[in-house]
Design a protein around this ligand. Sequence first.
Ligand code: GAR
Length: 205
Amino acid sequence: MKTKIGVLVSGGGTNLQALLDAQAAGGLPSGEIVLVISSRPDAYALTRAELAGVRAAVAVRKGRPQAEFEAELLALLAESGVELVILAGFLSILSADFIRQFPNRIVNIHPSLIPAFCGEGFYGLRVHEAALLRGVKLTGATVHFVNEIPDGGKILLQKAVAVEEGDTPAILQRRVMEQAEWLLLPAAAEMVAKSIAQEKENGYL
Ligand code: GAR
């Protein structure tokens, strides 16, 4: 039985697209993306989900209590029977209470080589701005399990990407996406989906 995957997004959704493309190309044989939830109603990621024929939902984060937001997320995930949650450019921090409901069942992609340039406040372009300011010559991306420490969970996959002379944050972001993120995330999704599927077959779940 395939592992049911829910993808949480907040923005453009290029990492979601990488997952959808991998699935269409047979690169995610142990999983099935059954739901995409956006924390913002205007995220282009929602259109990507709809175009791929995947159920898309919005759970607005802005202007409401965290507990109410997370209760809505949990209800949507449960309705679709989601077993593995993938954070693909999801820019809200989840509470320890929420994370405890999915031990080693939430995976996040972060656009740096953790433990560099990570934790609260480091997201999206800000990560690349910080890397350029510091002058690192190598950066990259990391996929890790999510625990109660922001960007602090066990690392699953990591790939280094070179910083080049004249890089702007946007240029560097694009290179890190192309050379690392869009490859790592589908690979990690398959890895974790496969191990969950195997645990189910062996009767551990
Ligand atoms: C990606 O670079 C992702 O790694 C980053 O946001 C971007 C989302 O792009 N995530 C974080 O910074 C999490 N701390 P996308 O919406 O096109 O996938």
